[in-house]
Design a protein around this ligand. Structure first.
Ligand SMILES: C[S@@+](CC[C@H](N)C(=O)[O-])C[C@H]1O[C@@H](n2cnc3c(N)ncnc32)[C@H](O)[C@@H]1O
Length: 211
């Protein structure tokens, strides 16, 4: 079941209204991802939130299947798709933890600002590997908190008692890269914009891989 569905449902309107943190870095990540696309590409996204990234990518590909564990997030994503007149995105409520991957269907699988919220990120990464065609790409932007950030853990734990914070896992970008490699991917990009806490990774499934 989705971690903290109530938290994310309650957060959805505010999340939709808040601006992207670092516009320049965001647009560079979009451009780096779009280099992986062809007009025939099939894209899947987990934890799509209100669909901003899926809707940016949709005009460049054949189809996007974008999912989130929060039904409120998905409602807003559908509103945004209708307003933009974008018809090649299917938004659905789906939880990565429960999802049984369909092997070898997608060209690109994305998980942005999601892996640090999961109990088992390694399982999610392995699912991406199953879903991808050989030679396909896993793309993730992940908040990687280590070092002094660990001191916020008690605060998060306290806030969680009152439903005011989601589950949050602490790991480094380097540890995440190792997890991705352990799932059989080759890392092509590892970028920390402004040396901040977010790590953007593009990783390729081997072209010869069995699905
Ligand atoms: C920080 S938001 C990121 C949204 C969007 N990807 C972005 O980058 O703006 C995290 C999203 O992950 C979703 N989420 C959390 N746990 C999930 C799970 N187990 N399966 C699917 N979605 C999940 C939440 O509902 C929320 O919309």
């Amino acid at each position: 079941m989705t971690n903290d569905p109530t938290f994310w449902n309650n957060a959805a309107r505010k999340y939709a209204a808040s601006p992207v943190g670092n516009e320049t870095a965001y647009h560079r990540k979009l451009a780096m991802t779009q280099k992986l696309f062809s007009p025939n590409s099939l894209i899947a996204e987990f934890g799509c939130g209100t669909g901003t990234t899926a809707l940016h990518h949709a005009p460049h590909v054949n189809h996007v299947w974008a999912t989130d564990g929060s039904e409120k997030m998905i409602e807003i994503a559908w509103d945004k798709a209708r307003q933009a007149g974008i018809e090649n995105v299917l938004f659905e409520v789906a939880d990565i933890d429960d999802y049984r991957p369909e092997p070898g269907r997608y060209d690109v699988v994305m998980m942005h600002s999601l892996l640090h919220l999961l109990k088992d990120r390694r399982s999610a990464i392995r699912k991406a590997g199953v879903m991808l065609k050989p030679g396909g790409y896993f793309v993730t932007n992940t908040v990687c908190l280590t070092g002094l950030w660990r001191f916020i853990w008690p605060v998060i734990g306290f806030m969680r008692l009152f439903g005011q914070a989601p589950l949050l896992k602490f790991f480094s970008g380097e540890a995440l890269a190792r997890d991705i490699e352990a799932a059989g991917f080759a890392i092509e990009e590892f970028w920390k914009p402004d040396n901040g806490v977010a790590v953007f990774i593009i990783a390729q499934k081997p072209a010869s891989a069995d699905t």
